[in-house]
Ligand binder design. Sequence first.
Ligand code: ADP
Length: 237
Amino acid sequence: FISSVSHELRTPLTSIKGYASILIAGKIGEVPPAVKERLAKINTHSDNLVKMINDLLDIARIESGRAEMKYLKQSIRPLVDNITDLLTPQLRERDLNIKIDLPENLPEVYIDRNHAERVFINLVGNALKFTPAKGTITIAAQPKLENGMITFSVSDTGIGIPEDDLQKLFEEFYRVDNEINQSVKGTGLGLSLVKQITEAHGGRVWVTSKVGSGTTFYFTLPTGPEYVKSLTQKKEI
Ligand code: ADP
């Protein structure tokens, strides 16, 4: 159901965005600044909606086992380096440090690269959003394997999450009621997606946090195909 609704919503939304862009570009006629400002808002809100719909579609696809997962054995290092590169402008803009702490002899992981990348991007993206300037974000991996799984973590020195909210964090649309969330847009779907993706890899995700000191998200990824038990396989059992 979510999947069909999302598809149906995406088409008119693309039109709305398209028409707003034509107007902003002045293709129909001169646009007064006050109108331009409102059109820009239509554009931004449409972008947010498109992002939300895409996330919903992905969650639905992975949950139902219909997502195409291309698992390959690979080193995690290039993926992490790529993410650091990608987010460097935002890190600089927000005056944040990033630390990569991966053991030298870390075994290769058996993952779908695109999906695993989204796990890191969502977690580091959140750390960026909820950490004040001069803070540090650390991407790390534990050297010891557990049942063939590597435990990764993304920690920050940010605002933290109250204990009461921790349980509900991975639910769709859940967002903590705080000052940052009141001013910065978000969908509340990022962590649900992280959960779906790690579980599709046979892994799990959890969080520890202290208000005012920071947050650490942990997740596990498999080192071989024998450890990948997708959600659908689990459901069949
Ligand atoms: P979004 O970021 O779009 O709101 P997410 O599902 O990614 O949605 O996150 C849900 C909520 O969890 C966030 O709105 C925020 O309140 C809280 N959260 C996530 N990561 C962090 C973090 N690193 N530090 C503090 N709060 C966080």
